[in-house]
Design a protein around this ligand. Structure first.
Ligand SMILES: [Zn+2]
Length: 92
């Protein structure tokens, strides 16, 4: 490719013209790509935070559903224990 400033033939991959020192178009493209990558990385970080928040609220909800059986099991156990004690007392 040729330098936009001085017209010298330069390497396709070079980011700066070796003759006039001006940044070539490929460097602009690279910078644009870097900017886009940075923007995407920021979005990924934001999405990760959102996913973490959702998983936290899900964990809270599942924690409640995991706790619920105990709310039913404890009174039933209590009643069963009292019933057994009552039978023992009556049989005596
Ligand atoms: Zn040049």
């Amino acid at each position: 490719m040729y330098c936009q400033n001085c017209g010298a033939e330069i390497n396709e991959n070079s980011t700066i013209c070796p003759y006039c020192g001006l940044a070539t178009k490929s460097s602009d493209i690279l910078q644009e790509k870097d900017m886009k990558i940075q923007a995407l990385e920021q979005k990924i970080v934001e999405l990760e935070l959102a996913v973490q928040q959702v998983s936290r609220t899900r964990n809270r909800k599942s924690g409640i559903t995991q706790f619920q059986p105990w709310i039913f099991i404890f009174p039933i156990l209590f009643v069963v224990v009292f019933f057994v004690l009552f039978i023992i007392l009556v049989s005596l």
